[in-house]
Write a protein that binds this ligand. Structure first.
Ligand SMILES: Cc1ncc(COP(=O)(O)O)c(C=O)c1O
Length: 460
């Protein structure tokens, strides 16, 4: 065995750094520190619970050689389990809800695991839910072990015996508040119990998401109706056994959009490439800090890496399609038009016109896009220079052909009362925004119009 090497990748789990945030939480006096659990070999803190729960299962004889590991997982735990299984030679089947990112699913398949995808929006008791499917598989496959990170108490024990002591050793207990996004409850409950035993004045604060029932249940002892949300890893629609509410002092509830935007800020301003639950926890920490009478040292555990969200949180199209991209220029489009001195003297053409007529108009007016209206003044298409060049060159279009042959759908219709943000989002994908007033075309906005407006307002 080479000096300095670990015997296998499972032994490389843990020992993740704690880092101070220097920019994104400047609005509060408290200091925020983050433990980068994405630096575990599988990219999340769930490497720890994967290894620990399976080690315990072997010790207890519930997982036997040649057995199949089954789990209903949102992905990160799957990677932790699959990594352990690869090192120790076991098979894995994972059951996922279909809202999980494609990266997570592909990643598990790359480990050689079988992945079953189930619908998200069904009750846990529904036979199609990922809880029910995983249980059923475990009952029917011989020599299988259903891990069940929700109710398997070795989950929280992982954090009680490993993550929390590691943090305590790193910091010597030099923090006042410990916070983490909550899902199964393992992290907050395991760490919470350990810190409470060592540091009587520490506050343990859970970060839950809007739509989840956990914080509501913790505060009231009552169940409420779960609603859908997009954050992954945080929130539950039932209360897993791993929760130990006695060791959790307070709760903060955060939304999808603010969490995703914070996740992106974390990368942009601190260089930390983490997942959405990290953004959620930081939003929660800032909100919690604002309720404190004096500044404190707040330590947050960031669960996973941004890699698994490349096609979602870190993808501008996905963010904009879901209405998560924000602008500080929240003005109405009508104000922008006024500011740009656009008077609505827009050139358009009727749908019975010919391609030749369209080209003549574009040429004489020096414009490259021409909205096409029907006899009721409704927009039926957009004729654009870009769409004409090639077919005209190839002889596909004749002068007398109807203009409809040259339509492009590269435009988005927006109302003049909508926010500029919506136009900016539309222009990520489309060439122009056609501005309407009560359905009637009043103007066109292009990228250069938006830039001109932003520039005139000191936005760049
Ligand atoms: C990305 C992410 N964040 C947060 C959590 C919540 O951690 P815990 O399940 O320990 O409460 C999870 C757990 O699934 C997760 O995968």
């Amino acid at each position: 065995m080479m000096k300095g090497a670990k015997p296998n990748v499972v032994e490389a789990i843990g020992g993740t750094p704690i880092v101070k945030l220097n920019h994104i939480a400047n609005e509060i006096e408290s200091e925020i520190y983050v433990k980068l659990e994405y630096m575990n070999p599988g990219g999340s803190t769930k490497d720890r619970i994967g290894a620990y729960m399976l080690d315990q299962a072997v010790k207890e004889g519930t997982l036997k050689p040649g057995g199949t590991i089954i789990e209903g997982t949102s992905g990160n735990t799957g990677v932790g389990l699959a990594m352990w299984a690869a090192v120790h030679g076991y098979k894995c089947i994972f059951v996922l809800a279909d809202k999980q990112s494609k990266e997570k699913i592909d990643n598990l398949r790359a480990f050689g695991a079988k992945v079953v995808v189930c619908p998200t929006n069904v009750e846990p008791e529904d036979p199609r839910s990922y809880y029910s499917v995983s249980k059923r598989l475990a009952e029917t496959i011989p020599n299988s072990f259903y891990v069940n990170q929700y109710d398997n108490l070795h989950n929280r024990m992982t954090h009680y015996t490993w993550t929390a002591p590691e943090i305590f050793e790193q910091t010597q207990g030099d923090f006042d508040v410990f916070m983490a996004g909550v899902g199964t409850g393992g992290t907050i409950s395991g760490c919470g119990k350990f810190f409470k035993e060592k540091m009587p004045n520490v506050k343990i604060v859970g970060v839950d998401c809007e739509g989840s029932i956990v914080a509501h249940y913790a505060k009231t002892g009552e169940y409420c109706e779960a609603k859908s949300y997009v954050l992954e890893g945080v929130g539950e629609d039932f209360i897993p056994e791993n929760y130990d509410f006695d060791n959790i002092d307070d709760w903060v509830v955060v939304g999808d959009k603010e969490s995703f935007l914070m996740t992106r800020r974390l990368l942009k301003y601190e260089g930390i490439y983490a997942g959405g639950s990290a953004g959620a926890a930081i939003v929660g920490a800032i909100r919690y800090a604002k309720t404190l009478k004096e500044p404190k040292k707040i330590l947050i555990l960031l669960h996973d890496s941004g890699n698994r969200y490349a096609s979602k949180i870190y993808n501008d199209d996905w963010m904009s399609d879901n209405g998560y991209l924000d602008s500080s220029f929240n003005v109405q489009i009508s104000e922008v038009l006024e500011d740009l001195n656009k008077k609505g003297d827009i050139t358009s053409i009727l749908d019975k016109a010919t391609i030749g007529e369209a080209i003549n108009i574009m040429d004489s007016k020096g414009i490259s896009q021409l909205p096409v209206l029907n006899s009721n003044g409704e927009i039926v298409g957009l004729c654009s220079e870009k769409n004409l060049v090639k077919p005209v060159l190839m002889g596909e279009f004749q002068k007398d052909d109807n203009v409809s042959l040259a339509y492009t759908n590269n435009y988005k219709i927006v109302d003049r009362n909508e926010l500029l943000e919506n136009v900016a989002n539309a222009l990520l994908k489309k060439d122009v925004a056609l501005v309407t007033d009560n359905g009637k075309l009043v103007d066109i906005l292009t990228e250069i119009d938006v830039l001109q407006y932003m520039s005139s307002k000191g936005g760049i």
